[in-house]
Design a protein around this ligand. Structure first.
Ligand code: BGC
Length: 722
């Protein structure tokens, strides 16, 4: 008998098939159309499309109705309009935008829905500014905690990165704006980024550095990829045949455009033949760029074929037909209330509660009558600063403003600066000297204030000058003499909440030891202060989880402990291979200060009944996992259920465990949620460098349902048969 379920499944499949069929037809028609256009183009016209004609655009072909291609940075939001030929502001009055939480904040939400919201805002605002490509998201793996762009990137885990990248891309592209995912690949340090050669074995590339890019291309359908500045295994990323032609274009089937990073092109023929499509950001007269007259000459000399040029033009036109010259192109909008709401939602899910031993949080508005808000970061904004892309934010709510708005009616709020943030990214070391010293006068003022209030909220951390593109930090130490301020204020007022605003791991050993209440926030966008204050008040139950490990000491981290950072003779040998982030700490049994996936809530979650739909699977199957999670406290809260997998008795060296699935779920007090997740068996594969393929090892695997990488709550095992 045919059941209703059968009929529904068959109908769904039919619709899916029809949808795919229609899409294929459209794509074939588009291909024909594009080929028709290419036939009408001269070689000069084609070549003009392959390099910048200004800082953020490349030429179209007016007589054929092909517009200029325009792009803008990301990732923090759509950057203000700058002059066509230099980086100075164009002084527009209509380009004030939404400042969105930074990459590691988005990653800390562990929520792909938030990544999608982020993308939609970026896409809508890009349209309002008539930008066809957004140079975002950026999600290089956090290999070295000192990397100056850690705040822009997502996490140390390829799976978490991938899930967020897919949705950021989908969000941006839902608005017919191309996402340009960056920086492909292994751009894991800023120090010597333009010259360093990353020596990475193929297994580490395939298992750690590539997966999020692959996911963003294959599942997110990203229309553009930015090649990284560095070299991989001896070849610049912008002319790396393995990276761009073999893997990205041929294996992954990438149909879009590879764009160089700004001034990241080094040669004409090698770049053209090895996969680069558009050269951007070079210096000198535009007609002298590698992909301008020199490319024309190279084609004429037979060093680059017309077929290769046509392929590049085809890719650009394909991108345009999905973006700037797409039908029903949305108009876009900028800094709307809906964008504010998205920025708030992301920020409020990103904040991580690190410690709450005395249950000081959430702050009790009935009993707390005075709050001392202390620290330069309480009044600082983070939309701009340092070297690299920022946002001219329409507004940005600081921590002090947020606290005033949420607590001002019930408590007296006062402010003391506490420390001087004396550090500018563009300064020399000599000019920055002394930036790590405490300011005793400011500390005394802060202490005097803290003594008089019920609670002190101490806002420390870094800022956009201290964490910046083009620089790595020199150590994990909190800057600006902040530790001295923390010690003094905490001694003066036992009810001190430490709020750290930063985008990367820091040394919190002393704070963890001596302070009872620690909250981690980020460069958290236009609504940062409101989101933070709502967490302090309990209007938002914190649900952020760390997207990277905080090591006890820098020397514990893989690249530092193997002495491969920043590299010798401009070569960084990634000797740790696949053991990046928690994979390293867990496998080597090194206790971190705070582990990957860690974060507290105002409630407690209990796990039970982890099970799978079957005991044994084979390659190509899907493992369905269920686990019960009960909210055992008095308030509603969101838990991030993390699913790690461990291979028992592997024939190859493996990490102790790897994240293979996760889900964020809202659970009401005393309620139980049955959380279901699935893992394709093929995701358990390792990359065999001898055979050059992915291998699913048969045998026993443990599945670990966890609240963080160190807090395993339930374990079950399955078998994979041959
Ligand atoms: C950065 C890119 C950015 C580009 C354009 C480069 O320095 O690495 O991420 O998109 O500049 O601003």
């Amino acid at each position: 008998m045919i059941s209703i379920k059968h009929i529904i499944t068959s109908l769904a499949l039919l619709f899916l098939f029809k949808g795919v069929e229609a899409q294929n037809k459209n794509e074939t028609a588009l291909k024909d159309k594009i080929n028709g256009i290419i036939k009408k183009m001269t070689l000069e016209e084609k070549i003009n499309m392959l390099h910048g004609n200004a800082l953020f655009s490349s030429t179209g072909v007016q007589r054929l109705g092909i517009p200029e291609l325009t792009c803008d940075d990301g990732p923090l939001g759509v950057r203000e309009e700058i002059k066509r030929f230099d980086w100075a502001s164009a002084n527009w009055t209509t380009d004030s935008a939404t400042f969105l939480p930074n990459g590691s904040a988005i990653a800390a939400t562990w929520n792909p829905v938030m990544a999608n919201k982020y993308g939609v805002v970026i896409g809508e605002e890009a349209n309002a500014r008539k930008k066809n490509i957004m140079l975002a998201p950026a999600f290089n793996i956090c290999r070295m905690p000192l990397c100056g762009r850690t705040y822009e990137y997502y996490s140390e885990d390829p799976y978490l990165n991938g899930q967020l990248a897919i949705q950021s891309v989908k969000g941006i592209q839902s608005q017919h704006v191309a996402a340009c995912i960056k920086h492909f690949a292994a751009n894991n340090q800023e120090l010597n980024r333009d010259s360093v050669n990353a020596l990475v074995d193929e297994r580490a590339l395939r298992e750690i550095y590539f997966p999020a890019f692959k996911a963003a291309v294959q599942q997110g359908n990203a229309y553009a990829v930015m090649s990284a500045y560095n070299k991989i295994n001896g070849y610049w990323c912008s002319e790396n045949d393995f990276l761009l032609n073999k893997v990205l274009k041929n294996e992954w089937g990438f149909k879009g455009v590879v764009m160089s990073d700004w001034a990241g092109t080094h040669h004409t023929v090698a770049a053209a033949n090895n996969g680069l499509d558009i050269e951007m950001g070079s210096s000198g007269p535009y007609d002298q760029w590698y992909f301008a007259n020199p490319l024309l000459e190279a084609v004429k000399a037979g060093q680059v074929s017309v077929k290769i040029i046509d392929d590049k033009v085809r890719r650009i036109l394909w991108l345009m037909y999905h973006t700037s010259i797409s039908t029903n192109h949305p108009k876009g909008s900028i800094a709307t209330p809906a964008h504010t709401k998205a920025a708030y939602d992301i920020a409020s899910e990103s904040i991580v509660l690190l410690k709450n031993d005395e249950h000081l949080l959430p702050l009790n508005t009935r009993s707390i009558k005075s709050i001392a808000v202390i620290g330069d970061n309480a009044t600082r904004t983070f939309a701009l600063g340092g070297y690299g892309a920022g946002v001219k934010a329409k507004y940005e709510v600081t921590a002090l403003e947020g606290i005033k708005s949420r607590f001002g009616k019930t408590a007296k709020i006062s402010f003391a600066r506490g420390y001087r943030a004396n550090y500018l990214a563009n300064n020399t070391d000599a000019q920055n000297s002394g930036y790590d010293q405490p300011d005793q006068k400011l500390i005394s003022e802060a202490v005097a204030l803290a003594k008089t209030t019920d609670v002190a909220v101490l806002c420390i951390g870094s800022n956009r000058e201290y964490e910046s593109e083009g620089h790595d930090r020199k150590s994990l130490t909190l800057p600006f003499g902040e530790q001295a301020l923390v010690n003094a204020v905490s001694a003066a007022n036992p009810n001190t909440v430490i709020v750290i605003m930063a985008g990367a791991p820091y040394d919190l050993n002393e704070i963890k030891k001596l302070n009872h209440t620690i909250v981690w926030s980020w460069f958290n966008g236009s609504e940062a202060g409101n989101a933070l204050a709502d967490v302090l008040k309990g209007a938002v139950n914190p649900s952020g989880r760390l997207p990277f490990t905080f090591p006890v000491s820098l020397n514990d981290s893989p690249a530092a402990s193997l002495n491969t950072y920043p590299g010798k003779d401009l070569t960084a040998d990634y000797k740790e291979g696949i053991l990046v982030g928690y994979r390293w700490y867990d496998t080597r049994k090194i206790d971190p200060l705070y582990c990957f996936g860690y974060g507290l809530s105002y409630t407690k979650f209990e796990y039970s009944g982890l099970g799978t739909d079957k005991n044994s699977y084979q390659s190509g199957d899907k493992i369905t996992i269920r686990v019960k999670v009960r909210n055992a406290g008095n308030v509603a809260g969101k838990e991030v259920v993390q699913l790690y997998v461990r291979k028992i008795n592997s024939a190859v060296s493996r990490a102790d465990k790897e994240l293979k699935a996760f889900k964020k779920v809202m659970i009401l007090p005393a309620k139980t949620s049955i959380v279901s997740m699935s893992i394709p068996v093929n995701d358990l594969a390792y990359f065999d460098t001898q055979l050059h393929k992915w291998i699913v090892e048969p045998g026993k695997y443990e599945l670990l349902a966890a609240s963080s990488s160190a807090d395993i709550r339930q374990v079950t095992s399955i078998n994979i048969s041959k």
